[in-house]
Design a protein around this ligand. Structure first.
Ligand code: ADP
Ligand code: MG
Length: 244
């Protein structure tokens, strides 16, 4: 039996009067790939940010590896080191080379020596197909290459869980595939992943579970087949009709 990595119970999040998450319950098992789909504004990004403590939650609990991240006594930075995050807009440091972007966190946090971190960076760049780009600056890279570097950077901390927030939404269409390929490889290697995406093909092919969020709720979830072929809820069907 695989371990439960994340337990979310009745998670609520408001910004002022705006209740964005209205009671989310979810468990994520080690090695599982969970794809979250849903319309813009439904709370997908907020949900991801609650999983690694980037948002202070309004109610409920979030357990990561049995650690309650909402407990003020929890060292949230320690938890965050276990969770890699990849954003729509790469967020690479422009004044650092690709390898410096990747080694920054492990070296700063004294997880590795500079030499070991550099070696690991080269390994990771090989994994994402960018061996030859270690010493260039991000602005010389295409969007797809930048996003692959961002994935390598997140992996440099040896995370247990990877969160992706629309990692291909800012890319030109011809670059989407190369990023999805890297994510697919990660999934195959057993990484626990939560992926907010509009790539229904990816969700269908790589997702173990698909979650449809709307209006701050999980409206429907199941295997890709259940959600895409045997849709239960009219709101899900309506969304799928628009995006497929
Ligand atoms: P999604 O990722 O599904 O498009 P978001 O989680 O980004 O949705 O946003 C859900 C809602 O939360 C939106 O109404 C948005 O305006 C609001 N929201 C998100 N972040 C903030 C914030 N930092 N301050 C105030 N409102 C926010
Ligand atoms: Mg979003």
């Amino acid at each position: 039996m695989a371990d439960t990595k994340v337990v979310v119970q009745n998670l609520k999040k408001s910004f002022g009067d705006n209740e964005v998450l209205k009671g989310i319950d979810m468990e994520i098992t080690e090695g599982e790939v969970v794809c979250i789909i849903g319309p813009s504004g439904s709370g997908k990004s907020t949900f991801l940010r609650c999983l690694n403590g980037l948002e202070e939650i309004t109610g409920g609990t979030v357990l990561v590896d049995k650690v309650d991240i909402t407990n003020p006594k929890t060292d949230i930075n320690k938890v965050r080191e276990e969770i890699g995050m990849v954003f729509q807009h790469f967020n690479l440091f422009p004044h650092l080379t690709v390898s410096e972007n990747i080694t920054l966190a492990p070296v700063e946090l004294k997880r590795m020596t500079k030499e070991d971190a550099h070696k690991k960076a080269l390994d990771l760049l090989k994994t994402v197909g960018l061996s030859e780009k270690a010493e260039v600056y991000p602005n010389s890279l295409s969007g797809g290459q930048k996003q692959r570097v961002a994935i390598a950077r997140a992996l440099a901390m040896n995370p247990d869980i990877m969160l992706f927030d629309e990692p291909t939404s800012a890319l030109d269409p011809e670059m989407v595939g190369e990023v999805l390929e890297v994510m697919k490889k990660l999934a195959k290697d057993g990484m626990t992943m939560v992926v907010v995406t509009h790539e229904m093909g990816f969700a269908r092919e790589v997702g173990d579970r698909v979650i449809f969020m709307d209006g701050g709720y999980i409206v429907e979830q199941g295997t890709p087949e259940e959600v895409f072929q045997n849709t239960q809820h009219p709101r899900t069907q309506d969304f799928l009709n628009k995006v497929l």
